[in-house]
Design a protein around this ligand. Structure first.
Ligand code: MN
Length: 750
């Protein structure tokens, strides 16, 4: 986030600003520092201030304010100590200035150098498939020697998000995607709940600004009333708890995050007003660790004396803590005026761990509550270690996907026929189980018996299942198997088996390419294969060469290839090779180029250039309509696609293939047709419904492409595909349908 400074050196008012920020940091330290720590922090601050002197943030502020604030977050919001402060102050020095790691090492020693190195992005990753993935891998590797690396990284990300306003919008979207697919789940896994919800709220504000502000406004409007209600709920309880238990108890009202409200509205299809657990409170008891479980249940007994509990909402995370170390007793009760209130009951220690997770865990090392008997974080670190060891040959993106599905998830416990327990990540299948026993058993797995019933190999494991693997020596892994497994081990073994097969194909493809290249350009394959693979939109040469062998590459495109590796530009009368549909659908002749599907094509600018340079098409996963916020994605197989920024696939694409994402904007309004699908729900008012809906749409001059309706128990749900020229027209249709009394909700399909 730097702008290399041509700006003048630090001004006087800057100096005052910097000094104030630094004093605030020192004030944030919980206990007085010893002389050595004080001196180290001062030295780190001075070195960083000098090194970043010429740099400013996008916001125009002196750069050094960023590392100071990251250090303050480490102390105040994560609870880290002086060493972390030193490292946070230095975290961008090696990457962005000419100070070397060696100098850091000489001045601050091994530990600080190790952490700063972990936080420094890898250099020269421009050719890499996903620099983000490789950088994250590095952070995680260093985390195994010192967990503070990943915690400081979280603080860094948090401050960058808090100050994201000054970035360009398409950059904000990339950062939001990366945050919601990687950093938020990681924060969750590390037990940093507060940071996780702040991540999610900021991402929501970027990706769905309108919905975000709507919820924020409603929360603000209802705040006073909610506070009064919580007071009313608390008053009798607090007195009874103090009197009957004779211990210190805190009761706090707990606001729900905007993201969690939004998520509930979306997944449960309800209105803001319908969400009952907007009311949530937390009761925290201050008791010694060995008595905390007893006291928590006593509190539960007292609460339910006053308010009627809802039994199915009772969750005991004290006896069985969550996989990320979270402990608490949850329930919901019926409060005053018959409203539901979510109640969390926990000890001060549990609360500390719930708020600060990983960081607090070290403080309580050895101090264990009654229920928890496994050191969850160490188990997790071991899993991370195992996954990293398995990376080996696979690409960083594959690793990241594995990492997400393995290490962010909860666990499932299953048994072998001999009664031996195996722990697999939640969502793992019988095939994962087979690979966890032995890779040969995995590779030859034909079917499984689950609790003595024969099931398919992609059977999803449930807690307590007993699994027996049935093998067949003629069985071999196939490409679909990758969809059946989620563990890194199984994926790696399957990929290795498939790769061997591909390698043989690639040798064949290479010969074909060799001949073509000799004829056309007189250049050898060896020097050009990587560039050609990229040019044709393949992730690597192996994929490219084996696709040639399978006749999935339109090699006539080679004519417009220039050995200097010029980019994908459409040449008059000839489509850019990257935009060919390389995998022909059955029935298509591979020789005939397919016409673009869009009839009247809208004007789109990609990276500031006319979209026609890029033979783009519109993604069918989200069907953009002129006026929607959009971005362009250079696909591996299907050329440039325009997606909506709210596309369900967007977070994955943006986070993992950031380098393939280009800025896209709508050009001048031209008459073009877009398909948009809306859903209409409401009360089934009889046979006239369809007629009324279609008449209303037609009266707006909008054509209907298809209409389907289903009804049940007096309700109907209709799905209407419209042909519109822009979002204005689409919104007009939505508004018009909402006017009908029998219509409950109208929304565009995501
Ligand atoms: Mn930074």
């Amino acid at each position: 986030m730097t702008t290399q400074g041509k700006q003048p050196i630090i001004q006087d008012e800057d100096t005052a600003l910097i000094q104030r920020a630094y004093r605030n940091l020192l004030k944030a330290m919980p206990s007085p520092l010893n002389a050595e720590d004080k001196q180290n922090i001062r030295a780190a601050f001075e070195l960083a201030a000098r090194a970043h002197q010429q740099q400013r943030r996008k916001s125009g502020e002196p750069y050094i304010l960023h590392p100071i604030e990251v250090a303050r977050i480490c102390v105040r919001e994560i609870g880290l100590g002086p060493t972390a402060v030193v490292c946070a102050l230095l975290h961008d020095v090696v990457e962005d200035t000419d100070v070397s790691l060696k100098e850091i090492h000489e001045q601050f020693g091994d530990r600080v150098a190790l952490i700063v190195d972990g936080l420094t992005k890898l250099d020269g990753l421009h050719d890499s498939e996903s620099p983000q993935a490789e950088n994250l891998t590095k952070v995680l590797r260093t985390m195994l020697s010192d967990v503070r690396v990943v915690l400081i990284k979280m603080a860094d990300r948090l401050h960058n998000l808090r100050t994201i306003k000054s970035m360009a919008q398409h950059k904000q979207l990339k950062i939001a995607a990366e945050t919601s697919t990687i950093y938020a789940p990681l924060a969750h896994r590390l037990g940093l709940y507060k940071i996780k919800s702040e991540f999610q709220d900021i991402c929501l504000k970027i990706t769905h600004p309108q919905e975000y502000h709507e919820i924020a406004d409603k929360l603000a409007q209802t705040r006073r009333a909610r506070e009064q209600y919580i007071e009313e709920f608390k008053r009798p309880l607090l007195a009874a708890l103090k009197e009957q238990l004779g211990i210190n108890v805190r009761i706090i009202g707990r606001p729900k995050s905007i993201y969690s409200i939004w998520n509930k509205i979306r997944t449960k299809q309800v209105d803001f007003e319908d969400i009952y657990d907007l009311f949530a409170i937390r009761i925290i008891v201050d008791v010694p660790a060995e008595r905390e479980k007893t006291y928590c249940w006593q509190v539960y007994a007292i609460v339910t004396d006053f308010y009627k509990p809802i039994p199915e909402r009772l969750k005991d995370w004290i006896t069985n803590p969550k996989a990320n170390g979270y402990e608490s007793l949850h329930t919901s009760v019926v409060g005053p005026q018959g409203r539901y209130v979510e109640v969390q009951i926990r000890s001060e220690r549990m609360d500390d761990i719930a708020e600060r997770g990983f960081a607090a865990h070290w403080k309580y090392k050895g101090v264990r509550g009654v229920g928890s008997n496994v050191n969850v974080f160490e188990t997790w670190l071991n899993q991370v270690r195992e996954t990293l060891e398995n990376v080996g040959s696979g690409s960083a993106i594959e690793f990241l996907t594995d990492f997400q599905s393995n290490l962010f998830s909860e666990e499932v416990h299953v048994f072998t026929p001999k009664g031996e327990m195996r722990i697999l990540p939640e969502g793992a299948t019988a095939l994962d189980f087979a690979f966890s026993i032995h890779s040969d058993i995995g590779c030859t797995c034909r079917a499984v018996k689950v609790n003595n019933r024969v099931e398919r190999i992609n059977y999803k494991l449930h807690n307590g299942d007993q699994i027996q693997v049935i093998t067949d020596k003629n069985q071999r892994p196939s490409e679909d198997w990758l969809q059946y497994v989620i563990t890194a081990k199984a994926k790696n073994r399957i990929r290795a088996a498939l790769k061997e097969e591909k390698r043989q194909l690639a040798a064949l493809g290479r010969e074909i390419l060799e001949r073509k290249l000799q004829n056309l350009h007189k250049v050898p394959v060896e020097e050009n294969a990587d560039m050609l693979a990229k040019w044709f939109g393949f992730p690597n040469r192996l994929e490219f060469l084996s696709a040639i062998a399978l006749q999935q590459v339109e090699l006539s495109g080679l004519k417009s290839f220039r050995p200097d590796g010029t980019r994908l530009v459409e040449i008059e009368g000839e489509k850019a090779p990257g935009s060919n549909d390389i995998e022909p659908k059955p029935g298509d002749s591979p020789q005939t180029p397919k016409p673009l599907k869009q009839p009247g094509k809208a004007d789109v600018f990609i990276n500031g250039e006319p979209g026609t340079y890029y033979a783009y098409s519109f993604a069918t996963c989200c069907n953009p309509v002129q006026g929607d916020p959009i971005f362009a994605y250079v696909g591996a197989k299907e050329g440039v696609k325009i997606h909506r920024t709210t596309c369900p696939n967007a977070p994955f694409l943006l986070a993992n293939y950031e380098y393939r994402v280009l800025k896209a904007e709508w050009g001048a309004t031209v008459k073009a047709d877009f398909i948009a699908t809306i859903t209409v729900t409401g009360i089934d008012a009889g046979p006239g419904v369809i007629q009324q809906l279609t008449d209303r749409i037609s009266s707006l001059g909008i054509n209907i492409r298809s209409f389907s309706i289903t009804g049940e128990g007096g309700y109907f749900e209709g799905r209407i595909s419209l042909v519109v020229s822009n979002t204005d027209q689409l919104n007009q249709a939505i508004m018009a349908l909402k006017q009908f009394k029998f219509v409950a909700n109208v929304s565009r399909m995501e």
